[in-house]
Design a protein around this ligand. Structure first.
Ligand SMILES: [Zn+2]
Ligand SMILES: [Zn+2]
Length: 129
């Protein structure tokens, strides 16, 4: 078995935790104790859905960028973007990409627990034409 040495953030004591157990602790955010009895826990990272959303934000962003370059692709992309990328529900019938982006963002937030700020989706399209 592999043991990883970690440091208690409370007292600075170094102690070994079995790697598999450590991974488990990181995933679950479960409380554990340093040799001096300080309770420690890892902040649980993004959930699967949130990770998926982050991925989608990235792919949406590049798709939006590509779409900006080719009108045809752009039109196709716009109709594609009317669907929620997670549950494939058609979220809006809007034609205006700003409005579609806003609806999708609202839907992701309301239905899938996305964080309110969808950086990938240009809520305001500044100089794009
Ligand atoms: Zn400690
Ligand atoms: Zn959805």
């Amino acid at each position: 078995m592999t043991v990883e040495v970690i440091v208690c953030g409370g007292c600075g004591a170094e102690f070994g935790v079995e790697a598999r157990r450590l991974e488990e602790l990181r995933e679950t955010g479960e409380t554990f104790y340093c040799p001096n009895g300080h309770s420690r826990r890892y902040t649980v990272g993004p959930t699967k859905d949130q990770k998926r959303i982050a991925e989608l934000e990235r792919s949406l962003r590049s798709a939006w960028e590509r779409a900006g370059h080719w009108q045809q692709a752009h039109r196709e992309a716009v109709s594609m973007f009317r669907r929620c990328p997670l549950c494939l529900e058609v979220v809006t019938r809007a034609r205006d990409e700003e409005r579609i982006a806003a609806r999708i963002a609202e839907h992701l937030i309301a239905e899938h627990g996305a964080r309110p700020r969808m950086r990938a989706i240009p809520v305001k399209t500044g100089t794009a034409r």
